[in-house]
Write a protein that binds this ligand. Sequence first.
Ligand code: HEC
Ligand code: HEC
Ligand code: HEC
Ligand code: HEC
Ligand code: HEC
Length: 392
Amino acid sequence: MKAIILFIFYFTPSSECGNCHSDIYREWKNSLHAQSLKDPIFLNTYKEIENKNEKKLCLKCHAPTVLVTGDYSLKKDITREGVTCDFCHSVRGIKKDNSYELDVGEVKYGPLPYILETLEIGHKNKYSELHKKSEFCKGCHEFKNKYGIYVLDTYNEWKKSEYSAKDVQCQNCHMPEDPFSKIVDPEVYPSDKPVTAHKFLGGHSQIRLKEAAEISLFYKVEKNSLVASVYITNKESGHRLPTGIPIRKLILEVSLVDKYGKIVEKKIKVYQRLLADKEGKIITDIKRIFTDAHKVVEDNRIYPKETRRENFTFSLKGEGPFTLRARLKYEYRVPYLEPNIMSMTIYEKEMIIGSEGNLKMERIGFIIFSLLIFVGIILLIYLLFKTIKKEE
Ligand code: HEC
Ligand code: HEC
Ligand code: HEC
Ligand code: HEC
Ligand code: HEC
């Protein structure tokens, strides 16, 4: 095994941590935290910004080691590691203004209270309760700009939800315990301590997204139209759906498809947050979102555990049997890449509405039902009238 260097006053490269924490290293390496600076969407956006202070602002979260190293020209390898192991494990506290209090060097702060403070091998440890709490993530996953607009609001969205009340933290969903990984490579140090996943799966993960929402579908035939009711539930997302930087959209597409598979009619509903600048113009350019957002124009994203009902009316033209199809898509803009928009279907549900004959039966059913109600009401009035007369 090659010599391992742990820097005493500086950040240690993640590959050094990986010499012992090999499973965790592999997961982190593939995570967006490891890509937060190198990510071409970020890097290209960043390069277009001219204002020095704005550039510094971006790095606070996308390359947080610069706060200590001062490497604003992005020359050091450690800077390019983005949200790296040693940044997160040097966090000792979080200040009121959302900035991190750091202790860079020998001691690694972590969630396990029963680990020796001085190991025979490795480094010193300090137990940190903060690492098990959402407040730990808040420093980067919540951002209020100078106009008081929360450009990133994931932490607050969570805080107001029942997950927070039930003590379900960000870590419970994004860093679940991982029975297949080892905390330390057994060849280095045998240990049976629990390990949490460091993949940080979110909106870029199909698996995570598929769990997030659910839809159910109902319909009613009235005369020559069909009214579809779609219920969307934010089932597993611990914050609003979508959350984070407001370039993501959730799109509900409901279509009526005819016998030949042709779409007769399609209706669309979009869930998103739109921010506007001082002049009231909606900001679509990512590099301006953080600094220029002045007003929330629209925010109809779905709350944690909320079920939202949407009605769509279709006219029944064409040949049945018809199919009613509801599709929930997650879409994010990826400037500088081709194509510019990435889209994932996260849920789909279909329902056969029945043949033309069936529909006729339903229409007749509807008429009979209305007639019955009508007769019922007449009968009720008649009875009421009779009793009043009797009392007289
Ligand atoms: C030479 C091997 C080695 C290296 C290199 C190493 N560690 Fe560790 N680390 C350990 C061992 C051993 C433990 C304790 C495991 C146990 O007790 O089961 C540990 C525990 C930890 C813990 C848990 C602490 C707690 O109290 O919860 C954290 C966090 C941690 N390491 C982070 C890091 C980071 C970050 C790096 C790189 C800067 C790193 N380690 C480098 C061996 C190493
Ligand atoms: C975004 C911040 C972040 C990054 C980056 C990060 N960790 Fe962690 N790490 C945490 C948090 C938070 C926990 C505690 C999770 C819990 O217990 O709920 C943790 C837990 C640990 C533990 C204790 C055992 C376990 O898995 O729970 C070790 C060891 C560890 N991390 C090592 C590393 C190493 C090595 C890297 C880089 C390869 C790394 N971490 C990158 C935040 C981070
Ligand atoms: C030092 C800042 C920092 C800290 C601390 C931090 N994050 Fe992040 N996180 C980021 C940045 C920056 C990105 C976006 C990377 C990119 O795509 O360029 C990100 C991305 C993510 C993603 C992936 C989003 C996606 O689109 O798939 C998840 C999930 C996530 N973070 C969860 C967490 C959790 C949970 C914690 C706390 C345990 C945490 N983060 C702590 C800065 C941070
Ligand atoms: C109950 C589980 C749960 C909790 C708690 C939770 N999340 Fe998530 N998170 C999800 C799911 C599911 C998704 C994927 C769907 C989505 O984008 O909302 C997600 C997505 C994300 C994304 C990606 C957003 C994007 O648009 O790409 C980020 C960032 C994130 N979560 C951060 C956090 C942070 C920070 C916390 C704590 C304040 C947290 N999450 C708490 C389940 C959870
Ligand atoms: C307070 C922390 C913070 C600051 C400041 C910040 N970001 Fe981010 N940024 C994030 C997080 C967290 C994510 C990803 C998860 C999400 O959507 O919440 C992200 C995502 C992004 C993405 C999308 C990456 C992708 O792959 O989809 C771009 C681009 C981006 N940021 C650019 C910037 C620019 C440019 C600046 C400076 C003007 C900036 N950010 C400032 C935390 C921050």
